[in-house]
Write a protein of this length. Sequence first.
Length: 679
Amino acid sequence: MNNLYKIITGFTLFIILVLPVSASAATKPGSFFYFFDTAFERVNLFFTFNPEKKAMKALDYADKRLAEVKTITEEGGNADDIKTSIANYERNIALAAEKSKEVKDKGQEENLLNLITNSASKNQEVLSAVLIKVPEEAKAAIAQAIEASKRGQEEAMKQIAELKKEVAGLKQEITELKKQQKIIPTPSSNNQDQSTIRELKNEIEELKKQTESKKDTEKQPVATPTTPTAPVSSVPELKPEVKANDHILTLTNAIGISYTFDTRTNNNQKIQGLIDVGFFVTQGKLPEGIKIKPTSETPATPAIPAVPVTPLAPSIPATTPATPAIPATPTPTPTPTSQTKTIEISSVSAYPTLNSVRIEWQTNILTNGKVFLSGKVYGSESGISTRHIVNISGLSVGIDYSYEIESIAGDQVVKKEGSFSTKKGELAIQADKVSIQFTNGHSIGSIKVTAQYTENGRVVLPVDISFSTPDVSKTYRITELSVPPCSGGNPFHIQLIGSTGGSCVADAKVAFSYEPKSLGTHTVSVTVKGITKSVNIQVTEYVIVDPQIEKIALYQQDASGVDRPVETPIFDLGNHYGIVGRFKILPEVDYNPGFTDKYYESNVPNAEYLLSLTPHGNGGEFKVIAQFIDDLNRKVYKLPTGTYTITLKSLRVIDIAGKYRDVSGLPIIFTFKVVGQYP
């Protein structure tokens, strides 16, 4: 037990003494020590019971948070870190403003309010400079902080004005009282102008006592001599019997945290501090001197002291001690209604991503906060504050969520509902063309639309990708292959829903081929997980264009090994064959070479065996063969070394409409050399 106590004590000292020092060099949201640094500040504030000192510390911590905002902005930090620092800044400013109202010495209160006002002016300048530099998503938080600072400054200036007004009123009252007693008022000096409200009130009380004393003297002949002060002397006998556990005091807050004290020892400062932050009595009685904050709307009136004991004396027989019940409860038991105002929740915002959300809200007074979502509870990261932040992760993509905010202060619990939708993934689509020609009831070729779905740049499987057109709809499922993969190591498998088989691809992209069945605008829509994107295809009437031929240069390596176009390529036909001429027919979309009539001339011997013209792409190519064996005639034809020419004189093709067309641009000549033969 002793060892456990030592461990706990040592860890506590480490948290309180060591971590704040270590954290001072890296106290920014996202750093390792930031949580400990801010937690230490909250603990330090909690155990600072003097309102003036607590307010001063809160202002100092607010300056630290503002410095963080400036540093994060200058270093290009992210918006979430800025928002976290701003929330902590506003919490400390609100606490300083609240505690300034509890300072008993009005002179000290005025000095503190002046400090708050000056600090607010400086902070507004810093925040205004930061506003133009922060990311767009953080601008709202900075703007709200500026407005909160202005409101705090206005409130402090208003309190200062009220203090000055109160001082002036008290001085006027002193003057009137002195006139009543025929005391000649002394002229005001600078020192008297600086008198504290406490001194002025003491002077007023003294003057009132003097006045009351004169009145009592005048009333003495009328007084009843038989009932002087007997009931007063009997008051102690009216106190209830003290029970064994009356010295035990338990304080609890609205979220169930409890502290127990022995009131026979001096714990008044700690007890007062807990009462100030919303704790209430659940066992025992408060010791004398502990004050419960009244509500601002209906200031509490000290009902018990307002009923003097002496006037009751004539009606209370000396032998009846049970009648005067008022002295039996000199200190009222505090109730949970110790907050200054009713909680109001405002400025609720939700910032969802694919799998997470950041929920923010504000309250008009210091509160604890939590969010209920999908059966789970998430506490506010701001602790007791007026600005709250909750980050929730592990959500699903593209889903609608409803949540409930709960803010707690003392016995008050206020709730507010909201909703958001997590962001959807990214769908990328691309069409190989956006227009196509149409004739004789069908399109000239087809449209290929490629689609890929990702989340945060990563492929997420399995996934269904649907294509929809005016003529046809298809859905493909992409899955990740386990072992063994397809040939070539492609890791993804694509299958048309409702069919068997499928194909393997390397990039999880689906290619959809579409042939329009009519003229006009055709929309191809692609849908994945609620995301839909479309591409429009223009289908136009086929326009006849006469075919033209274009010679394509052949490339060969030069002495340095670089491929260059040559007019007369040189071939060593030791490898049996070589391509010696190539051409294409324009326009490409209209003609699929299937040569019906062709005529060319060449000095290649036995050209019918050693030279051929075949379709290639959207054109054709001439190819020579070094040796051809005619088994039927038992002959062997070889191409000797030398220079050769091929002249293509005429060519006829069939267009997409099925009509014959002569190719223009002829003749064209191809020249080549042979330097080696097939062995």
